[in-house]
Design a protein. Structure first.
Length: 171
């Protein structure tokens, strides 16, 4: 577990290290129980490495992969419907305005497509409709920090495709 954490930090850009450390501490508190249920030390290490890799990717840091030295793969995700329920937002971070957009008094919406994984973490975030002037990046940064109750299929959490509209309004 400690080795996986040290490996993640070692591959994290210096300017993001404090954020990654703080976020990982919060993440450990939330997900440590899942990995504690693993049967062997190797299973536990692999579980933690996968979670750390997924979470570090969410923060824009390095990617550990699957915990076995393999690169991370694109998630296979379900579409909502036919027995698949949608993910539900449980924690939301409002996006910041970029200085450029604020000075231009730009308002509008950024449409993001993503996958909410079986742990309720947003993955594979992409911009489907852009607003520009730095607001697309601000929308992605905010949604990376959102947390969800994962979508369900047959009573089990699954990765689900989602579309999120992030609104930018000046008061």
């Amino acid at each position: 577990m400690v080795a996986a954490y040290k490996q993640t930090i070692a591959h994290t850009p210096v300017e993001q290290e404090a954020l990654v450390r703080r976020e990982h501490l919060q993440w450990f508190k939330q997900y440590a129980r899942t990995c504690d249920a693993a049967q062997s030390d190797d299973d536990r290490k692999g579980c933690i490495a996968r979670f750390l890799g997924d979470h570090t990717r969410d923060l824009g840091g390095s990617v550990l992969g699957d915990g076995a030295g393999q690169p991370a793969e694109t998630l296979k995700a379900y579409r909502v419907g036919q027995g698949v329920s949608p993910p539900v937002v449980i924690s939301k971070v409002e996006p910041a305005y970029s200085d450029q957009a604020r000075n231009a008094k730009l308002q509008g919406n950024v449409l993001l497509q993503l996958v909410v994984d079986e742990h309720g973490l947003p993955q594979q975030i992409s911009v489907a409709r852009s607003l520009g002037m730095g607001l697309d990046e601000k929308a992605v940064e905010a949604v990376r920090r959102w947390r969800f109750r994962p979508g369900m299929k047959d009573g089990h959490p699954v990765a689900v495709q989602a579309t999120i509209e992030v609104n930018f309004r000046l008061l």
